[in-house]
Design a protein around this ligand. Structure first.
Ligand SMILES: *Cc1c(COP(=O)(O)O)cnc(C)c1O
Length: 475
């Protein structure tokens, strides 16, 4: 590509993205291509000669775009959001242009220092305790793995790094915990059998009494409890594990406390939601994802630790070719995570926080929560729809239930309802199971989602419920 072409398409692509933001609502939210459909239209071998950008760009629109699910669609109510914003896209573009590899301070001092500053902004924005130090990880899964590795070394006085794990260390988390805990436990070498899932209460939050029972049982058996992972906002239903009680137990038994607040952590931006993080004074490590609900495009996960020395001692490597004269004065984030090479992710975060201001971000989060609460209110008033979990932030869990249909049949009907809702192409919702109940999830978290889209979702749901249940009665 020559310079003039780069300039031309640089402008054209940014224009295209701006138009995309304006009209993303016109696409069906969810791509409906069949498995293999996109692949079948692509050449199986790479081109020998360079191709024109004009053709590449046309092919993107013709071949790739139909296979895209539109996460930035205002009718996005599925999973959790992964929202972006104009500021984050520009920050990402600039980071790609600089192409800086930010593994240690010396390989781009501004990247390290900006990351340090912006993460401390985030700490303040969430009201997290003073003294916590932050670093950006690619994902919450990686942050949790790093926490589990540090907990392992802290529990074995840094001998596992050298000798491998010599004993069974026990990890505790609720049944509703995210699958990344199990993955982290496998990778960190604890062994899956050492992960104990603790029973939850009727709101799907971890029961501290059951946690303590399990710890005592393990101690009596001569096992070694090491770490508790508490979730603030579980993936199924945004249940909030009781951090003050869990923290007190961790304190008493000297256990590592990792807090996974991947989605719901963002809500703590709001003073009225700060109680979500009550008990934060007990935590050893904490993760939340600006790439989920804080307008910073994927990937950007904020990881905080009480004692960076433990983290660094767990992960540090110091080969000769990476030594610099400044190592004593600065942070070298290669030792704060799994990867050596690091992208300049702090840049987009800086852009986002400055572009919106803390107040601007709070307005958006507040709007989402209010819309979810309104929607939950409609469910509550409806005779045949029921809420299946408390609405702690902006996720609503519900199902159709006329009170006389047997459980298995209810699950089938609700699955049918969800499938039909999504066939509209205007909205996209996903499901989970709570206590064996097929549960429809609606999460409000897109930058542009407003009352209009939530009302439209409600209309579609009511219409589909009428159709599906009427049809079912006629069988
Ligand atoms: C989404 C989610 C994760 C995983 O996030 P990644 O950044 O994709 O790894 C972990 N925990 C919870 C509670 C989540 O909701």
């Amino acid at each position: 590509m020559d310079k003039a072409t780069f300039r031309k398409y640089g402008h054209e692509l940014v224009d295209w993205i701006a138009d995309y933001f304006d009209k993303v609502e016109q696409y069906p939210v969810k791509s409906s291509v069949k498995p293999g459909e996109i692949k079948s239209r692509l050449p199986t071998s790479p081109p020998d000669k360079g191709e024109d950008m004009e053709i590449i760009w046309k092919d993107f629109q013709k071949l790739i775009l139909p296979g895209i699910t539109h996460w930035q669609h205002p009718g996005w109510f599925a999973y959790f959001p992964a929202n972006n914003s104009p500021a984050s896209v520009l920050g990402e573009l600039l980071a790609a242009g600089l192409g800086a590899q930010c593994m240690v301070w010396a390989t781009s001092p501004a990247a390290e220092e900006l990351e340090e500053v912006v993460l401390d902004w985030l700490r303040q924005m969430l009201g997290l305790p003073k003294g916590l130090k932050g670093v950006i990880q690619d994902t919450a899964s990686t942050a949790t793995l790093v926490a589990l590795l540090t907990a392992r070394e802290a529990a074995t006085n840094f001998t596992s790094n050298d000798k491998g794990l010599q004993e069974n260390l026990k990890i505790y988390s609720s049944r509703e915990t995210h699958s990344s805990i199990e993955k982290g436990v496998k990778i960190a070498g604890y062994g899956r059998e050492n992960l104990r899932y603790i029973a939850t209460d009727e709101d799907y939050a971890l029961r501290p009494d059951k946690l303590e029972e399990a710890i005592q049982e393990d101690l009596e058996r001569g096992e070694k409890p090491a770490c508790v992972v508490a979730t603030i906002g579980t993936t199924s239903s945004t249940a909030i594990d009781p951090l003050p009680e869990i923290g007190e137990i961790c304190d008493r038994y000297d256990l590592w406390l990792h807090v996974d607040a991947a989605f719901a952590g963002t809500a703590a931006l709001l003073e009225e939601k700060r109680d979500l993080l009550a008990g934060a004074e007990y935590l050893d490590s904490f993760v939340f994802n600006p790439h989920k609900w804080m307008l910073t495009n994927f990937d950007c996960s904020a990881y905080f630790v009480r004692d960076p020395e433990l983290l660094i001692r767990t992960l540090a490597i110091n080969p000769e070719y990476l030594k610099t004269a400044r190592d004593d004065e600065v942070n070298n984030y290669r030792d704060w995570g799994i990867q050596l090479g690091r992208r300049f992710r702090a840049l987009k975060l800086w852009f986002v926080i400055r572009d919106y201001g803390v107040e601007g971000l709070k307005d958006i989060i507040r709007r989402h929560i209010k819309l979810a609460e309104e929607f939950a209110g409609w469910i509550r008033e409806d005779k045949e729809l029921e809420l299946l979990a408390p609405v702690s932030t902006s996720l609503v869990c519900f199902r159709w239930n006329n009170g006389s249909t047997p459980p298995e049949e209810l699950n089938k009907i609700n699955k049918k309802i969800l499938d039909s809702i999504n066939q509209s192409g205007e909205v996209f919702l996903t499901h989970t199971k709570l206590d064996g109940k097929y549960t429809i999830r609606l999460v409000v978290g897109q930058r542009t989602t407003g009352k209009k889209q939530v009302e439209r979702a409600w209309q579609i749901i009511k219409q589909v419920v009428a159709e599906v249940t009427d049809q079912d009665q006629n069988y």
